[in-house]
Design a protein around this ligand. Structure first.
Ligand SMILES: [Zn+2]
Length: 204
């Protein structure tokens, strides 16, 4: 068991280094953190750990550390998903006085993470064969569902409290596209590349 643990950790760390080297989206988030004064030190701020089988990663605001679950996030695509998602939380924690015990704050950062990472990869699938309106609806539903799942997975809150919090902050947080949105305008080709590569990586 101990041996398997070490192998998992080694593979996890190799995948993280590869993602940081190859993924434009991960690099973009790292640059955004750096220019906000919260530069990531890979050795200190990212850790591979064994987690429960339903979780693939997390962010610990006390240690300001991203946890990648070495037993569940076992390929580059999943790890890219975990890194970018958790880096959004890290960015929000750096940028604002984010209080993870406040459910509205938590809902907001989960909405942003879903919007800017998970559901953006997904939206690439919809393009072309759905009307604009449907894309928007599907995308918003994706964000709400994913944010809900994230809140329920990490915090001891009731379903109603989670849904109410998401509805309270949705419009404001859904429209807050920092740091990725601002950069989409500036270099849309890179971002398009980032998202399409993310999709090819198999992040779901
Ligand atoms: Zn999250």
């Amino acid at each position: 068991m101990k041996g398997k643990n070490n192998i998992d950790k080694f593979k996890c760390e190799q995948n993280i280094y590869a993602c940081i080297k190859e993924s434009p989206l991960v690099r973009l988030m790292m640059n955004a953190l750096k220019s906000s004064g919260c530069e990531i030190d890979i050795r200190r701020h990212i850790a591979c750990e064994e987690c429960s089988p339903t979780v693939s990663g997390g962010y610990d605001p006390v240690l300001n550390q991203i946890v990648v679950c070495q037993n569940t996030a076992t390929n580059k695509g999943l790890i890219q998903g975990v890194l970018t998602h958790e880096m959004i939380h890290m960015f929000d924690y750096c940028r604002n006085e984010l209080d993870f015990k406040n459910i509205d704050h938590l809902a907001c950062t989960e909405i942003r993470a879903a919007n800017l990472t998970h559901c953006s990869f997904l939206s690439a699938c919809f393009q072309g064969d759905a009307s604009l309106f449907n894309i928007k609806e599907a995308h918003q539903n994706c964000v709400k569902t994913k944010a809900y799942q994230s809140i329920i997975a990490v915090r001891d809150v009731t379903k109603t409290d989670a849904i109410d919090a998401i509805e309270r902050v949705f419009t404001r947080c859904y429209n807050d596209l920092e740091p990725i949105g601002r950069r989409i305008k500036r270099s849309s080709r890179d971002i398009h590349k980032a998202y399409s590569e993310g999709y090819l990586f198999g992040y779901d």
